[in-house]
Design a protein around this ligand. Structure first.
Ligand code: WTA
Length: 659
C-alpha cells in the first residue's frame, strides 16, 4: 500500500493552520480565549478551578505552598479520596447505571461495568487487599495487562490509601523485580496471561520469575485468571491467591474510603532516565487528580455522557491519567481494549469506534503512522461520525501524519490536540485548547493556561522565535511529580539543576526536551536531549539497554543510539564490541536481543546489532554518540576531526549500510 502521501489531498498538504468548527466551539467545555489571561492574572489561585472539580472531606487551606522549592505542595490541609472521586460520588449523584468502563478482549468478548458495578468491584477488592494485610502507605505492585481488574485494583488501592506501582505487562521479570525492590513493595497483583494477535501469552511465568528476584519478603500475590482453559497450568502456591476466589470471599463488603491528605502519595510510576536505574516518579492525591480532571475537561473536552477511548496501555502514564483517573473523575465512559490494532484485521480500532460510538479518541503518532502505512481503506470502511475530537501524545507528530489523521479519521470535522507532557508532569502541559485555538500541524501549541513554559538557550535566556532551544517550565503546577521515590537528591539533580538559581529561590523544571517557539507562542517539540530514546512513544534509557547488552557473555562494550524509523519514530541501534575469542554471528546477535528482552522487554529489542572492533571516541575517550546516530540514519557525517580513531567510522558505516 502507499505510504499515505498519495492519500492526502493537495489542498491539505499546503494548509498550515486549521480552525475548530463553530459547532465544536459552541459545545466545548472551554471556549473563552480569556482563560489564558484569567489564569495568569490570578496565579496560583486559578488552580482552585481544578480543585473545585473534586469532592473534598476537608477543604484545603492554601492553594500552593512554595516555601521549600522545588518541593512544592498543593492544596495543603485538604483531605480527599481518589476512589471516592472516581466512583462513589457518581453513584451518589444518581449516575450509578452509567457505563464507567467498556472493556473489549482481543477475541471480541466484552465486559461492561457501570459506575455501580465498579463501586462493588472496587469495594470487594479493597476488602480483599486489607484482608491480605495491605495497610495505608504500603506500595502495591500491579503487573497486569489490559484487563478490567487493573483499573479496579488501582482504585481499590486508592480507596485504602495504598499507593500503587503499575509495571507495564510487556516489561520483563527483571524489570518487575527491580521496581518491587526499589519501592520495597511486598504485594503483587498480576495475571495468568493475556492474548496478543490471537495467541495466549504466559504472563505468570514472568511474574514468578520476577518474584524470585525480589530481595525482601513478599506477603501476598493475587492472580487474575484471564486465560481460563487456555491457561498454562501454573499452580498458585503459598501466599498466591486467585482474584475471583478472593473477591467471592468478600462479596458485598464495603470499605470506607480512607481520608487522604492532599499531598499523600497516590501512586508511583517508574520511568527511564539517563542512568540505568529507573526513576520512581511520585504523584500525590489532590494535585494529580485535580490536574488530570481539569485537563480531561479542558483539553479532551470530556463530558459525563461521552464515550472516550484512549488506546494507550494503562502500564504507562497516559493510561493512568487519561484512561483511568481523569475520565473516571469526570464520570465519563472509558473504553479499554486488550489487544493490538491489527487483530484480526487492520480495521480493529475503527470497528470499535463505530461499535461504541466513540466521541473522543486519543492515541500516539506511532499508531497513526502505522495506520497511514496500512492505508485509508480501513477507516473508510467504517462509520466514524460519532467522533468529535482527536488527540495525540507521546512523541512529535509530523504534519503529514497529523493531516492524515485529520482527514481520514476526523473527516476534517474534529479538532486535534497534540499534547506534550511526561510521566513527571502528571498531565498535559503544552497543547491547544480545542475550543479556543488555531491548530498548527506539527506544533503542539501554546502552554496550557497557568503553565509557564519557555524555550531557552544553554544560559537560560529565552531564544528568538524559530530558533531551537530547550523547553523549561518556570512555575510549578498541581500535577507535577513531588519527588523521586526515596531519592530527593536525584529529584533535584535530574530536573531542577540546569536552569534554577537556588540562592534566589528560583526553580526551573527541565524536562530534557528540545523545542522551538514561533511568533504566536506555539511550541514545536524537537525530541529528547538526553540519552533517552522514544521508541513507539515509549521512553527507553540507552544506558539501561547498554547495560543489558554488556551483561551478555562475550560482550565487551556497547553503545546504543536511536535511528529514525518510519513507524516507531525511533528504533534502537546497538553497536557492540565483542571480547577476544568471541566471533560475530547470528547466534551472538540473537543472544544480545534476548539479553535486552530479558532485562527490559520486547519493546527495547534492537532494530540492528552492529558488531564493530571499536567505537568512535573522542581524544578524551568519550563515545561520540552523535556520529553513531548519523551512521544509523545514513546521514552525512558531521565533524570527525576530534576523533581518536576516525578510521573506524567508514568501517561501521559499511556494516550498517550492508546489513
Ligand atoms: C515525548 C508520555 C512531542 C517527550 C506522556 C517527553 C512528546 C516524553 C509529546 C515523555 C508530544 C510526549 N510531542 N513529544 N505531543 N508528548 N512527548 O514520560 O520527549 O512516557 O519528554 O510521557 O515523550 O514520555 P513519557
Amino acid at each position: 500500500m502507499s505510504d499515505g502521501d498519495g492519500e492526502l489531498e493537495a489542498r491539505l498538504v499546503e494548509q498550515e493552520e486549521f480552525e475548530p468548527s463553530d459547532e465544536f466551539v459552541e459545545q466545548a467545555n472551554v471556549s473563552d480565549p480569556d482563560i489564558y489571561e484569567e489564569f495568569e492574572e490570578n496565579w496560583p489561585q486559578c488552580w482552585e478551578r481544578a480543585a473545585d472539580m473534586l469532592d473534598w472531606y476537608d477543604d484545603y487551606d492554601t492553594v500552593l505552598d512554595d516555601s521549600d522549592g522545588p518541593f512544592y505542595e498543593w492544596f495543603q490541609g485538604g483531605t480527599l479520596n481518589a476512589s471516592y472521586n472516581c466512583v462513589d460520588r457518581h453513584v451518589e449523584e444518581g449516575n450509578g447505571d452509567r457505563t464507567a468502563i467498556n472493556w473489549e478482549g482481543e477475541h471480541g468478548e466484552t465486559r461492561t461495568y457501570t459506575y455501580e458495578d465498579l463501586q462493588r468491584e472496587v469495594n470487594e477488592f479493597a476488602a480483599a487487599l486489607r484482608d491480605l494485610g495491605v495497610e495505608e502507605d504500603d506500595v502495591v505492585t500491579l503487573y497486569m495487562p489490559m484487563v478490567p481488574e487493573l483499573p479496579i485494583a488501582m482504585l481499590a488501592c486508592a480507596r485504602i490509601g495504598a499507593p500503587h506501582s503499575v509495571v507495564f505487562a510487556g516489561f520483563s521479570a527483571d524489570a518487575l523485580a527491580t521496581r518491587m525492590n526499589s519501592a520495597d513493595s511486598r504485594f503483587l497483583v498480576t495475571c495468568d496471561g493475556y492474548y496478543r494477535r490471537g495467541d495466549a501469552l504466559d504472563h505468570m511465568e514472568k511474574a514468578n520469575e520476577g518474584l524470585g528476584g525480589v530481595d525482601h519478603g513478599v506477603d501476598a500475590t493475587v492472580v487474575v485468571d484471564r486465560l481460563g482453559e487456555d491457561g498454562f497450568g501454573h499452580d498458585l502456591k503459598g501466599n498466591q491467591h486467585d482474584w475471583d476466589e478472593l473477591t467471592d470471599e468478600h462479596e458485598g463488603e464495603e470499605v470506607d474510603p480512607v481520608e487522604r491528605d492532599a499531598e499523600d502519595m497516590l501512586f508511583l510510576m517508574y520511568t527511564s532516565g539517563t542512568t540505568g536505574e529507573p526513576k520512581g516518579v511520585k504523584h500525590t492525591t489532590a494535585g494529580y487528580l485535580a490536574y488530570t480532571s481539569w485537563t480531561s475537561h479542558s483539553v479532551l473536552d470530556l463530558k459525563p455522557e461521552d464515550t472516550y477511548w484512549c488506546s494507550a496501555d494503562i502500564g504507562w502514564i497516559t493510561g493512568h491519567s487519561y484512561i483511568v483517573y481523569g475520565p473516571l473523575a469526570l464520570g465519563t465512559t472509558t473504553v479499554m481494549y486488550e489487544g493490538t490494532p491489527d487483530f484480526p484485521e487492520r480495521d480493529r480500532l475503527w470497528e470499535m469506534v463505530e461499535e461504541y460510538s466513540v466521541d473522543v479518541f486519543y492515541t500516539a503518532p506511532t499508531a497513526i503512522r502505522a495506520f497511514m502505512k496500512w492505508g485509508s481503506q480501513f477507516p473508510d470502511d467504517h462509520d466514524l461520525s460519532s467522533l468529535r475530537l482527536l488527540g495525540t501524545v507521546g512523541e512529535p507528530i509530523n504534519p503529514r501524519a497529523w493531516k492524515w489523521y485529520y482527514q481520514h479519521i476526523g473527516d476534517e470535522e474534529c479538532p486535534i490536540v497534540d499534547t506534550w507532557w511526561q510521566t513527571e508532569t502528571g498531565g498535559m502541559m503544552v497543547t491547544t485548547l480545542p475550543g479556543v485555538g488555531t491548530m498548527k500541524p506539527g506544533s503542539a501549541g501554546p502552554p496550557l493556561p497557568g503553565i509557564d513554559a519557555r524555550i531557552v538557550d544553554t544560559e537560560g535566556e529565552e531564544v528568538e522565535p524559530g530558533r531551537a532551544g530547550y523547553l523549561t517550565v518556570n512555575k510549578p503546577w498541581p500535577g507535577m511529580l513531588r519527588t523521586l521515590y526515596d531519592n530527593d537528591d536525584r529529584f533535584v539533580s535530574e530536573y531542577w539543576q540546569e536552569y534554577s538559581n537556588p540562592d534566589a529561590d528560583e526553580w526551573v523544571y527541565f524536562p530534557e526536551d528540545g523545542a522551538k517557539i514561533d511568533e504566536d507562542g506555539y511550541i514545536t517539540i524537537l525530541g529528547r536531549v538526553d540519552d533517552v530514546l522514544n521508541v513507539s512513544g515509549h521512553r527507553l534509557g540507552t544506558m539501561e539497554i547498554e547495560s543489558a547488552i554488556v551483561g551478555v557473555e562475550g560482550v565487551a562494550e556497547a553503545a546504543v543510539v536511536g535511528g529514525d524509523h518510519e513507524v516507531k519514530g525511533e528504533a534502537v541501534y546497538a553497536y557492540v564490541i565483542l571480547e577476544d575469542g568471541y566471533e560475530e554471528s547470528e547466534e551472538m546477535r540473537e543472544r544480545i536481543t534476548e539479553g535486552v528482552e530479558d532485562a527490559i522487554g520486547p519493546i527495547a529489542r534492537p532494530e540492528q546489532v552492529v558488531f564493530t572492533p571499536e567505537l568512535p571516541k573522542t581524544r578524551s575517550g568519550k563515545i561520540m554518540r552523535r556520529l553513531l546516530e548519523e551512521i544509523a540514519n545514513e546521514e552525512e557525517l558531521g565533524d570527525t576531526t576530534t576523533l581518536r580513531n576516525p578510521e573506524i567510522v567508514k568501517d561501521i558505516q559499511t556494516k550498517v549500510g550492508g546489513n
